[in-house]
Design a protein around this ligand. Structure first.
Ligand SMILES: [Zn+2]
Length: 269
C-alpha cells in the first residue's frame, strides 16, 4: 500500500492538494482554495478520481482566499466534513463561512481515524500565521508547507525524515524587486512574514533532503508575476542535483500527476 498525493492547483489563483493514506478512495484536502467543482475537474484531469472519490476532511493552512474558496461554505452545508485548522484560525474561519458544525480546531498532534498521525506546525505569515502539516501513516511521511515568510527551526525539526516534501518556492528575488508592485506589498512578501523566495526554499530543501529519504520534492505556489518555472527548475537542479529527477513544479490551475508515496525502506525490502 502507498499514500497518494495530487496537487490540484497551486498559486494565488487557488491552492488545493488531495492526499489519500490508503487504497480506500477516501481523501483529505490540504486547503480548499479551488471551488468544489474545480477540485472534481482537476481530479478527473489528473486521472486520479478513482483514487480520490470520497472527501473525508479539509485541512486549512490559513484563511486567505487562495486557500479557502467561499463556495465551500455552501458545499459543506449540503455535505459536511470536518474542517481542521489551528485554534488561532477558528474565529476567522467562522467569519469566512466555515460552518461551525464542521469546525475542528486543533492545538497539537492528533490521530486522523485509523490511518494517519497529523502534526500541525505554526509558521510565520501575516498577522496570525499559516500552518504547515506533517502526515505520518504506515507507509509514508509527508510534509506540506506553504505561505511562510521564513523557515523556522521548529519546521525543520518537524519535517525530519520525510518521504515527500511539498514546500512553496514563491518568488525570484530579482523579479520581485523589479516588479511594478507597490513597496508595501514587496515588504509584506519579503519581510519574513510573507512568502519564501526561491533561495529560501532551496536552502530548506537542501537541509531536509540531506537525510536521503525524500523521493518527491514538490514546489508550491510559484508567483505568476515574480517567478518562472524555468528559474526554479534551474536553481534546484543546480543546487540539489541528486533531487533533479524527484522535482515536481506545480502550475497555477493544472493538477500534477498522481504521486505515489512509499517509504524508501519498504520499497527496498
Ligand atoms: Zn497563498
Amino acid at each position: 500500500m502507498s499514500a497518494s498525493v495530487c496537487v490540484l492547483g497551486s498559486s494565488s489563483r487557488g491552492n488545493a492538494t488531495a492526499i489519500t493514506f490508503d487504497n480506500s478512495g477516501r481523501f483529505i484536502l490540504v486547503d480548499a482554495g479551488l471551488t468544489p467543482r474545480r477540485v472534481r475537474a482537476a481530479l478527473v484531469e489528473a486521472g486520479a478520481s478513482a483514487h480520490f472519490h470520497t472527501l473525508r476532511a479539509i485541512f486549512l493552512t490559513h484563511l486567505d482566499r487562495d486557500h479557502w474558496s467561499l463556495s465551500w461554505a455552501k458545499q459543506l452545508q449540503r455535505a459536511p466534513v470536518p474542517v481542521i485548522l489551528r485554534r488561532a484560525h477558528a474565529a476567522q474561519a467562522i467569519e469566512m463561512g466555515v460552518p461551525p458544525a464542521c469546525l475542528r480546531p486543533i492545538d497539537g498532534p492528533f490521530r486522523l481515524g485509523e490511518t494517519a498521525e497529523v502534526r500541525p506546525i505554526a509558521v510565520p505569515h501575516d498577522t496570525i500565521g499559516s500552518t504547515a502539516f506533517r502526515f505520518d501513516c504506515d507507509h509514508a511521511h509527508i510534509g506540506h508547507a506553504t505561505d511562510l515568510g521564513h523557515v523556522t527551526d521548529e519546521l525543520l525539526e518537524a519535517f525530519a525524515g520525510l518521504d515527500m516534501l511539498s514546500i512553496e518556492s514563491n518568488y525570484d528575488e530579482a523579479l520581485q524587486r523589479r516588479s511594478p508592485r507597490p513597496a508595501f506589498l514587496k515588504d509584506r512578501i519579503m519581510g519574513g512574514r510573507g512568502h519564501l523566495s526561491n533561495e529560501q526554499s532551496v536552502e530548506a530543501a537542501r537541509l531536509l533532503t540531506a537525510g536521503g529519504t525524500i523521493r518527491h520534492l514538490v514546489l508550491l505556489h510559484l508567483s505568476q508575476e515574480c517567478n518562472r518555472p524555468e528559474i526554479v527548475r534551474d536553481l534546484f537542479c543546480e543546487r540539489l542535483p541528486a533531487m533533479a529527477a524527484s522535482l515536481v513544479i506545480t502550475r497555477p490551475m493544472q493538477p500534477t500527476a498522481l504521486l505515489q508515496v512509499r517509504r524508501r525502506e519498504a520499497a527496498v525490502a
